[in-house]
Design a protein around this ligand. Structure first.
Ligand code: F6P
Length: 455
């Protein structure tokens, strides 16, 4: 079996627990094959970018690279999070078209390639992740790397017309042609990429489904919906009932039901709309007044980026407005918390919640939706209210699917979820859980790597 080299912007180095499902899945793949996990150290240093740090854990070597403040600003805060993130989430209104950050992004990707290339062996299999590192495969090819290289995009691939609006779009997107396999979350993402390739990218889709770049090179694009570590999360959520934070939350509710949302504080997550949908629920369903408390956990994310800071202020205002208008002396309808919790505690919170609210305006997949389902008590499962515009909606068809822009629809779905009979809740939950067991994180990485190896 070839050695695996994983490359991602963030690296889950040992000791620094980022216990997300992706980290667990990639770690398992690396343990199976032995290999290297390469990426940014997460540090913004004073000196020149490029210093490497190495750590070993069994057969896995972790190599991270420091970037200086100027490069973090241009590459991560700038082009990745102020240009690509909004563009890939269909938010042309928020895209910053700055040439300077675009050049820094390409320069930092070239630095990744310079540092990574000497570590690679001819029979390695390289798997590059996400929008931070789109050009890396092509830059490795320029440095003579001939081994199999795959890329997976965790976020949506927007329509060709939106991509066309980005200056110099072909330079970035045609760099995807250097991969052997490009993976997307949903079939629609794959379709939209193929449309771009045909309309603006100078390539074509061959009758056997392979793609052809303008220079004649063949490669593949395919769909690999990311899963979660379903069995582990179910066990973790059950055990978390004994955690004091979970007990305290349950006790604080008294006899009220809990609705929960957990999202990074990001405009793609539709939090203002969700708050307003909850307010609409309070207005439209006065009979349910006081019976349900909504807890929104929203850890601050990318706080150096202006749009994220503005969102924080906006949410504080809306939350104050809702509670001002609806709270009673002994009841706060909306609890809005920026604090972060351990992954295990969150699964305990999910299990305590009769309603899970996952209503992004656009999302590649959304793993919170899957984790909420996997955390439920089989004897008394809660109901997931899920945005049609999240990748997860393609799989979790037994959720209550809503359009996050339709506030009345969100309001009514909350009311329906909180009053659904046990029988209907169990039927829906079983169907979703069966899917999540079958298509878990291990299935995802095995199918991607299997396809890449046979490419
Ligand atoms: O795909 C989006 C993503 O990169 C996720 O993989 C990750 O959970 C999240 O964004 C974290 O963002 P950041 O690394 O910018 O904190």
């Amino acid at each position: 079996m070839s050695r695996l080299v994983v490359v991602s912007n963030r690296v889950a180095v040992p000791g620094e627990q980022r216990a997300g499902g992706l980290a667990v899945g990639l770690q398992a793949a690396l343990e199976e094959r032995g290999g290297v996990w390469f990426g940014w150290s997460g540090k913004s240093v004073r000196d020149e970018s490029g210093a490497l740090h190495e750590q070993r854990d069994g057969d896995i070597q972790f190599v991270t690279m420091d970037l200086n403040k100027r490069d973090v600003d241009g590459y991560y805060n700038g082009f990745a999070n102020r240009t690509l993130w909004p563009l890939l989430h269909f938010r042309l209104d928020l895209v910053d078209y700055d040439r300077g950050t675009r050049e820094t992004y390409h320069r930092v990707n070239a630095l990744f390639a310079d540092k990574l290339a000497p570590l690679l062996r001819e029979d390695d299999i390289v798997w590059i992740h996400d929008y931070h590192l789109i050009p890396l495969g092509a830059l490795l090819r320029e440095r003579g790397i001939g081994c199999r290289i795959g890329f997976f995009l965790h976020v949506p691939m927007p329509s060709a017309d939106l991509l066309q609006a980005m200056p110099d779009h072909l330079r970035l997107l045609s760099s995807l042609y250097a991969y052997d396999l490009v993976g997307f979350q949903t079939q629609r993402d794959t379709d939209r990429f193929q449309t771009y390739l045909r309309l603006f990218g100078g390539g074509r889709v061959l009758p056997d489904g392979r793609l052809q770049a303008p220079d004649g090179r063949h490669f593949r694009a395919a769909t690999f919906p990311i899963g979660i570590d379903t069995a582990r999360i179910a066990a973790q959520a059950k055990a978390a009932a004994n955690k004091s934070a979970v007990k305290d939350l349950r006790a604080s509710l008294r006899d009220r039901q809990l609705a929960i949302g957990v999202d990074r504080l990001d405009y793609s997550k539709g939090l203002p709309e969700r708050f307003q949908g909850f307010e609409r629920y309070l207005d439209r369903h006065p009979d349910q007044h006081g019976s349900l408390t909504y807890l929104q956990i929203a850890p601050v994310s990318r706080g150096d980026v202006t749009e994220y800071r503005q969102l924080r202020t906006q949410l504080e205002q809306i939350a104050g407005h809702i509670n001002g208008g609806h709270a009673a002396p002994d009841w706060t309808p909306l609890r809005y918390v920026n604090q972060n919790f351990s992954h295990a505690t969150l699964t305990g919170f999910y299990r305590a919640a009769a309603v899970g609210l996952v209503t992004p305006l656009r999302d590649g997949m959304n793993l919170v939706a899957k984790e909420y389902v996997a955390s439920q008590d089989p004897d008394n499962p809660g109901v997931l209210v899920l945005s049609l515009l999240a990748g997860a909606a393609d799989e979790l068809k037994q959720a209550l699917l809503v359009n996050p822009h339709d506030l009345d629809g969100v309001a009514d779905a909350i009311a329906t979820a909180s009053t659904m009979s046990l029988k209907r809740r169990q039927e829906r939950w079983h169907a979703m859980m069966e899917h999540l067991h079958r298509f878990d994180i291990n299935h995802w990485r095995r199918s991607f790597l299997g396809t890449l190896e046979s490419a």
